[in-house]
Design a protein around this ligand. Structure first.
Ligand SMILES: [Zn+2]
Length: 496
C-alpha cells in the first residue's frame, strides 16, 4: 500500500485498535494490540490476527487481558518532545477494518494423518523430518495407482503445511498423473499453484475439478477466488453466484458484492496489454497518450526491479485505474492509503493528465509489492514488503531519522513482530511510524548485508521459514537485536 503522506513521525503512545477480536496484549512500551486469541509458548506469546499466527517475546509484554482493549479508543497525546508537526491527518476508522491482502485460496484439511492408513504411508515416505523423493519414486514404479496417488498427495499436503507450495505442486502433479480424476488432487494443486501466483493454471485445475463434481459449493467458491485473481472478474462472479445458489454463506456474499462493483467499473473500461502488464482504463478519462506513458514507465520500472531482484513474476501484472471515488468505494481502503496492491495494482488517477514524479513513485512502490508477492510466495511480512517498496520508489529514511531515532532510543518503537502483518488497522500516525520503521530496517539491512542476502532471506521466507528465523539466518540477529541495530543506524543517520 502506498501511504498518502508518510513524512511525519512522532513519539506517541500507540494504540493498535481492531474490533471484533477477543484478547488484548498490553506492551511494556505503552502500546496495546487487540488480537483474536493468544497462547503462551515458552518465552513467546503466540497470537492470531485473522487466521494467521504471529509471536512476540514475553519480555516485551506487560499483560494480556480478554476483551477488546480499553473502552476509550481515541489516540493518546504524544508523550515526548518529538511532537508531530502535522496533525491534519484524518483518523483511520477504528471499526470494521477490512483486510486488503490478496484473496488467498484457503488451505484444506487434507488426509487424517493420525489414521492408520495415512500414518503407514507417512512412515513409508519420510526419512527423519523430510520427505524422501527416492521412496516416493519406489512407490511409483510399482504401478499401484492408488498407493502412488495417495503417497504423492500426502507429500504435497505436508509441503503445503510447511508453506512450500512450489515443491507441493510438483508432488500433486505426480498424484494427478496416477489418478487424473481425483477431485481432491486437482483441488489441492489449484491451491498450490495459486499460492505461487499462477492463477491461470490454478483456474484450469479447479475448472476440471468442477466438471467432475459440478454441485460442490466449496469448489465453486475456490474457483471464484482463482478466477478473480486471474483477472476474470465476470467469470468469478458467475462461479460465486452458483456457489450461493447451492449453499449461501456471508463471506462469499461479500466477495460477490465487491466483485460486482468492480465489474461495473470494468465494463466501462478497456484493456491494453504491454509485455508485462494488462492495463484497465476508462477511455473517456485516460487519453491514449497517458496510457502509453503509464505502460512505458511501468515497463522501465519492471526492468529495474527484475534486475535488482534477479527475478521476474510469471504472470502479467494487472493495473486498474480508478477515479478517487471508485477507489474508495471498491477498496474500502483506510484514509491514509493512496493506492494499493491486493494482487492487482489499484491506482486512483482522477484528474491526472500526464505522468509525473509522484505518480511514478506510486507505481514503482505498488509494482515492487507484485514482485515480492511472488518472490516470497505470499509470505512476505509487511515490514519487509513496505520497506522494500519504499526503498525502490526511491525514498530514504534520512528525512525522518531525526524524529525516529529518539523513539528507538526510548524503546518506544513498534516492535517488529507486530509489523509482520498488514498495517491496514493502524491509524494515520501509527501507519507513518510503521512505514518509517520498515524503510529504516530494510535500508540498514541492505547497507550492512547487501541486496544478495536480502534475496536469500526472501527466498527462505518464500520456502516457509518463519521471518525471524530467516532474519537470524541472514544476520545472526533476532528481532530484538535487529531492532537495536536499526535504532543505532537511525541515530547515526540523524547525526550526519
Ligand atoms: Zn505498500
Amino acid at each position: 500500500m502506498f501511504p498518502t503522506k508518510a513524512a511525519l513521525i512522532a513519539g506517541a503512545v500507540f494504540l493498535l485498535v481492531n474490533v471484533s477480536r477477543a484478547d488484548t496484549i498490553y506492551f511494556k512500551n505503552g502500546m496495546y494490540m487487540v488480537v483474536r486469541k493468544t497462547e503462551e509458548k515458552g518465552a513467546q506469546i503466540e497470537y492470531w490476527v485473522g487466521s494467521t499466527k504471529y509471536s512476540v517475546g514475553k519480555n516485551l509484554v506487560l499483560r494480556i487481558q480478554a476483551g477488546n482493549g480499553p473502552a476509550v479508543t481515541t489516540r493518546s497525546a504524544p508523550t515526548n518532545g518529538a511532537l508531530p508537526t502535522d496533525l491534519t491527518h484524518r483518523d483511520a476508522p477504528t471499526s470494521s477494518v477490512t483486510q486488503h491482502e490478496k484473496l488467498q485460496l484457503p488451505l484444506l484439511k487434507g488426509p487424517k494423518q493420525d489414521d492408520a492408513y495415512w500414518t503407514g504411508l507417512r512412515n513409508r515416505i519420510m526419512v527423519g523430518d523430510g520427505i524422501d523423493d527416492m521412496r516416493l519414486a519406489e512407490i511409483e514404479i510399482q504401478h499401484d495407482a492408488k498407493a502412488t496417488g495417495d503417497a504423492y498427495y500426502l507429500a504435497g499436503v505436508m509441503e503445503m503445511q510447511r508453506g512450500n507450495s512450489e515443491r507441493a505442486s510438483g508432488y500433486f502433479e505426480h498424484a494427478i498423473r496416477a489418478r487424473p480424476d481425483e477431485v481432491q488432487f486437482l483441488e489441492w494443486r489449484g491451491i498450490a499453484l495459486a499460492a505461487q501466483g499462477r492463477y491461470a493454471d490454478a483456474t484450469s485445475d479447479l475448472e476440471r475439478a468442477i466438471q467432475l463434481r459440478p454441485d460442490s459449493a466449496d469448489l465453486l467458491r475456490l474457483l471464484g477466488l482463482a478466477r478473480y485473481d486471474a483477472d476474470r472478474t465476470g467469470e468469478a462472479v458467475s462461479a460465486w453466484k452458483h456457489a450461493l445458489e447451492i449453499s449461501p454463506d456471508a463471506y462469499t456474499e461479500r466477495l460477490l458484492h465487491k466483485a460486482e462493483r468492480e465489474l461495473a467499473v470494468e465494463e466501462r473500461s478497456r484493456r491494453k496489454e504491454s509485455r508485462h502488464f494488462t492495463l484497465h482504463y476508462q477511455g473517456d478519462r485516460t487519453s491514449s497518450e497517458l496510457q502509453q506513458q503509464l505502460l512505458a514507465t511501468m515497463e522501465d520500472q519492471y526492468q529495474d526491479l527484475a534486475r535488482q531482484f534477479s527475478y521476474q513474476p510469471t504472470e502479467n501484472i494487472i493495473v486498474i485505474l480508478y477515479t478517487q471515488r471508485e477507489f474508495v468505494d471498491i477498496t474500502e481502503a483506510p484514509s491514509w492509503a493512496g493506492a494499493l496492491n491486493d494482487g492487482k495494482l489499484r491506482i486512483p488517477i482522477g484528474g491526472v493528465t500526464g505522468m509525473n514524479p509522484e505518480l511514478a513513485r506510486v507505481l514503482k512502490h505498488e509494482l515492487t509489492h507484485s514482485f515480492l508477492q511472488s518472490l516470497a510466495a505470499g509470505h512476505c511480512p509487511a515490514w519487509l514488503n513496505e520497506g522494500l517498496a519504499q526503498m525502490m520508489e526511491p525514498r530514504s529514511s534520512s528525512m525522518f531519522a531525526q524524529r525516529l531515532a529518539p523513539l528507538f532510543q526510548a524503546r518506544k518503537e513498534i516492535p517488529f513482530p507486530m509489523l509482520e502483518h498488514s498495517f491496514t488497522g493502524f491509524s494515520d500516525l501509527q501507519a507513518q511510524v510503521a512505514y518509517a520503521e520498515s524503510l529504516s530496517a530494510v535500508e540498514y539491512f541492505r547497507d550492512r548485508y547487501g541486496m544478495g542476502e536480502m534475496l536469500r532471506m526472501l527466498q527462505n521466507i518464500g520456502a516457509g521459514t518463519r521471518t525471524e528465523e530467516a532474519l537470524e539466518r541472514s544476520t545472526g540477529q533476532d528481532y530484538s537485536a535487529f531492532e537495536r541495530r536499526v535504532g543505532e543506524y537511525l541515530a547515526k543517520t540523524a547525526s550526519q
